[in-house]
Design a protein around this ligand. Structure first.
Ligand SMILES: [Zn+2]
Length: 250
């Protein structure tokens, strides 16, 4: 009996260790971007490129702004269940968000993409298969962006202007080649790694500021719950949710 308990404990510790290692690895990969301009060090042979950050301190008009803009962005979807749940909550609150979808998920769930479009959300490109740009796969990466633009355009009829490169790795030359604008982020609560709703909410609301871009993933139930709590809390603080074009193209 004691031996069995020891084995269970050992298995539990091993599992915790594996989970910790996985989260640490993803955290490292997700080059966190706290600044408006981010230098991404590429693999050998590549120059350091400067990527235009999402919330660069841009002018907000002639001082006549009477609301504080902030943008919610969701990556990796659409998810057949959680994204719909999120869309319901955003609709109830009259809030618009930006969704960076993969071509793969978009072609599996075109109805969800259509709904996003109809309900006033902005749709951006997150590659076809969630590929990370490396020195060895630039052409494939570019093809994935083109293919995903096609998938989305076939559903919504709209051109895609914004791209969120997976893991924040980008090549500035692609902006002209594809006529696309990269969108990074300022607030990353690492929601994919946390099952703790209040922790995600706290991480976001404590860092909220004008023109910030919040990174979340509509692929987890906890994120949907947290996102709607974030919306309620920031609305109460006087924020207005906008899509990223309203922050970047001012
Ligand atoms: Zn992603």
């Amino acid at each position: 009996m004691k031996r069995e308990a020891a084995v269970i404990l050992l298995e539990f510790l091993l599992l915790a260790l594996l989970l910790g290692a996985f989260c640490y690895r993803r955290w490292n990969e997700e080059k966190r971007t706290e600044n408006s301009s981010v230098s991404v060090e590429q693999a050998s042979g590549w120059e350091t490129k400067t990527v235009r950050g999402a919330a660069s301190d841009q002018k907000t008009g002639d001082g006549e702004e009477d609301f504080i803009k902030i943008a919610l962005t969701f990556d990796d979807g659409p998810h057949p269940f959680y994204t719909e749940q999120l869309l319901d909550g955003l609709k109830e609150r009259g809030v618009a968000a930006t969704f960076f979808v993969t071509g793969e998920h978009a072609s599996l769930h075109p109805d969800v993409i259509e709904r996003m479009h109809e309900e006033g959300h902005l749709i951006g490109n997150h590659t076809y298969s969630h590929i990370q740009l490396k020195s060895t796969n630039r052409e494939t990466f570019k093809e994935e962006l083109v293919k995903t633009n096609q998938v989305i355009r076939e559903i919504t009829g709209e051109e895609i202007l914004f791209v969120r490169p997976p893991y924040g790795t980008w090549d500035k030359a692609l902006e002209e080649e594809l006529n696309m604008i990269p969108v990074l982020w300022n607030i990353d609560p690492l929601d994919w790694c946390s099952k703790n709703v209040s922790c995600i909410v706290q991480r976001v609301t404590s860092k909220a500021r004008e023109n910030a871009v919040i990174l979340l993933h509509d692929y987890y139930e906890t994120t949907v719950t947290a996102a709607l709590q974030i919306v309620d809390s920031l609305l109460e603080q006087g924020y207005t949710f906008v899509t990223v074009d309203e922050i970047l193209l001012e």
